[in-house]
Design a protein around this ligand. Structure first.
Ligand code: ADP
Ligand code: MG
Ligand code: MG
Length: 250
């Protein structure tokens, strides 16, 4: 059993015109096997939470912590975080020219396990995982995210859940830019990894669409840098019907 406990997190970002505080006291606990959805209007700070947890240098932790079984991941390097079992998928994935998908996945696996995977079984594992995501084998030899469609980028992210088997996955706008078929394939991947490895999931999304495929146990409404409301899956249905107006006008 793994627990990620975000405690009173305050985060500022360098805007170019000075620092601006975006996260204003986020409290959230995610346990193994739980799926939490964070929903909220644009600009409410959802991606800032993901970047802060990822250790992006532009996002400054003013106070608070994010404890993975008691260890503060905010003080870890990217490799330490990955080895601790935390996977982060950003809203805007970066392109990495000169690094093939195949090499990228092998390097990521090596970072997580602390040793390189055995080549033959690894190649087989990657091939099977790619088949699950209806990805052509040629995909493995392309440069990471360079010229990828939105759907291909998201598939590559979720493919990593299957191969790296993290304990906790934080997924920012995994549904953005996906057509219905890609959304279903990507959602099935999240559900598979969730079920196979008892993975905890923090699913950040603006729209309720993906929640038809990935069923959250808990829904949190994010407004102006903190959680303004929380409930079960029925809260997502209410947001679908009513939008965020009631929180913004409060
Ligand atoms: P969301 O993901 O909920 O749409 P974000 O976390 O992307 O919200 O943004 C929250 C607020 O922080 C917005 O007002 C945004 O303009 C600001 N912000 C976030 N990152 C940066 C940045 N790197 N530079 C300047 N402003 C930023
Ligand atoms: Mg579950
Ligand atoms: Mg965002």
């Amino acid at each position: 059993m793994t627990t990620l406990e975000i405690k009173d997190l305050h985060v500022s970002v360098e805007t170019g015109e000075g620092m601006k505080q975006i996260l204003k006291g986020v409290n959230l606990t995610i346990k193994s096997g739980e799926i939490h959805a964070i929903m909220g209007p644009n600009g409410s700070g959802k991606s800032t939470l993901a970047y802060a947890l990822a250790g992006h240098p532009k996002y400054i932790i003013d106070s608070g912590e994010a404890l993975l079984d008691g260890e503060n991941i905010l003080e870890m390097s990217a490799d330490e975080r990955a080895r601790a079992g935390v996977f982060l998928a950003m809203q805007y994935p970066v392109e990495v020219a000169g690094v093939t998908v195949s090499n990228f996945l092998r390097t990521a696996k090596t970072a997580v396990d602390g040793e390189a995977p055995k080549l033959r079984s690894w190649v087989k594992e990657v091939r099977e995982a790619m088949d699950n995501f209806r990805m052509d084998n040629a995909f493995a030899e392309r440069d990471v995210n360079v010229g990828f469609s939105g759907g291909e980028k998201k598939r590559l992210e979720i493919l990593q859940l299957e191969l790296l088997k993290p304990k906790m996955a934080i997924l920012d706008e995994t549904d953005s830019g996906l057509d219905v078929d890609a959304l279903r394939i990507v959602s099935e991947g999240v559900n598979r990894a969730h079920q196979a490895n008892d993975m905890g999931v923090l699913l950040i999304t603006h729209y309720t669409r993906i929640l038809r495929y990935i069923k959250p146990d808990f829904v949190h409404v994010f407004v102006a840098g903190k959680i303004a409301d929380q409930g079960g899956p029925e809260l997502a249905d209410r947001l679908e019907a009513e939008g965020y107006d009631r929180y913004l006008n409060a």
